[in-house]
Structures are given as structure tokens and as C-alpha cells.
Write a protein that binds this ligand. Structure first.
Ligand code: SF4
Length: 217
């Protein structure tokens, strides 16, 4: 891409960002949690599952196992039962238990603040790590790319890629770092409400004049 094209892309991305902030001024992470560890657990549970459903499961889970130490020694079957309705519950329960054990043993019970340490935890990939770092610690290490962020970033012409890691790299190049996480949160709102997978409501979309995929009329 020429530097002129890159400049134009950056400019458009910034305009999208400004509008998203105006459209969703109070957008925040929709998972409920009180500690970084609880956010990590909720984020692991949110894979292939809605935040709403995760929020139905976590109150009982966190009451029974409030921290890394209790989760590290939890009975796996009991854990599975508690998280069952979020789907893929065997893997999720195992990842939660093993991550908690590593956090308890290696990091004194605190979720680590370094990306490479977070990525060592079982079941934690960049998406989960980004969510935790940004929301629990206010550190923007990357752009969270979930299914909504991926679809909308593609439709908005900000990436040509399909692979989340490459999409993330493209977005990191056009967005200011302090806005990386709020970009994802707001784009997810827009993806749920307007630019849905099957029926994007382009006629009702405040980004349509900036969007190469807009279908109006
Ligand atoms: S114009 Fe249509 S495709 Fe583009 S962001 Fe809006 S709803 Fe999505």
C-alpha cells in the first residue's frame, strides 16, 4: 500500500472511531466481574457464547470459587457443572482451572500484566489477553478481534484479511493505541445493533457514507 493510501485509510478509520464514540458514548465491556481474575474467567467463558449468558453463570461460579487459589483446587466436575450452559464446558472448565493454578503458583494469585505471561496461560490467546489487559489494567496491548470486529472491519474496508491476528495487525496500524480496546467494544455494539451478520441495516447506519460495503436504496 502506498503511503498516500495508508494515510487515507487512517483518516477514514479515525472518522469511524469518532462516530462510534458519539454513537455509543457509554460503551463498556459487558461482562460482569470484580477482579482481573474474574474478568479472565468470564472472558474464557465468553468464547462461542454471549456475554449475557456468561453473566448468568458467573455469580454462582464466583461465589463458590472467588479467586485463583480456590479455582486452582476446584473439583473439575463441579466446575464443569457450573459453567455448562456456556457451551464447550469441558475445555472451558479445564482452562479455567489450569490457568488459575498457574496464576496461583507462578504469579502469587494475581493475573500477570505482561502479554507474554498472559499468553502462557492455558486457553488464553491474544483476544482474551487483550480484553483482560485493557479492561482490568487499562493497558492497550492490541485490538480485540472477535466475530463482530472481524466482520465490521472487513466491511468497512479496514482490512482485507480473514485471520484475526492479521486483522489485528492492520487495525493497530490505523488506530491510535489508546483507542484500541474501545474501538472493539464499540464496534461490537454496532455489530449487534446495526451491522449484523445477516442483515446489515445500512439505511440506518451512521457510518454508511464512510463504508465501502454500504448498500442503500
Ligand atoms: S453501512 Fe452497512 S455494511 Fe457498512 S457498517 Fe453500516 S451497516 Fe455495516
Amino acid at each position: 500500500m502506498s503511503s498516500h493510501q495508508h494515510h487515507k485509510l487512517r483518516h477514514r478509520a479515525l472518522e469511524v472511531l469518532v462516530r462510534l464514540k458519539r454513537l455509543y458514548p457509554d460503551a463498556a465491556c459487558t461482562l460482569n466481574y470484580e477482579t482481573p481474575l474474574q474478568l479472565l474467567v468470564a472472558t474464557i467463558l465468553s468464547a462461542q457464547c454471549t456475554d449475557e449468558r456468561v453473566n448468568q453463570v458467573t455469580p454462582a461460579l464466583f461465589k463458590r470459587f472467588p479467586d485463583a487459589f480456590s479455582l486452582a483446587t476446584a473439583d473439575l466436575q463441579e466446575l464443569e457443572t457450573l459453567v455448562r450452559s456456556t457451551g464447550f464446558y469441558r475445555n472451558k472448565a479445564r482452562h479455567i482451572k489450569e490457568s488459575s493454578r498457574m496464576i496461583a503458583e507462578k504469579f502469587g494469585g494475581e493475573v500477570p500484566k505482561r502479554m507474554e505471561q498472559l499468553l502462557e496461560l492455558p486457553g488464553v490467546a491474544r483476544k482474551t489477553a487483550n480484553v483482560v489487559m485493557a479492561n482490568a489494567y487499562g493497558i492497550n496491548m492490541g485490538v480485540t478481534v472477535d466475530t463482530h470486529v472481524r466482520r465490521l472491519s472487513q466491511r468497512l474496508g479496514l482490512t482485507q484479511h480473514k485471520d484475526p491476528v492479521r486483522i489485528e495487525r492492520d487495525l493497530m496500524q490505523v488506530l491510535p493505541q489508546p483507542d484500541w480496546e474501545n474501538w472493539s467494544i464499540r464496534l461490537i455494539y454496532h455489530g449487534r445493533g446495526i451491522c449484523t451478520a445477516r442483515n446489515p441495516a445500512c439505511y440506518n447506519c451512521k457510518l454508511s457514507d464512510l463504508c465501502p460495503s454500504a448498500q442503500i436504496g
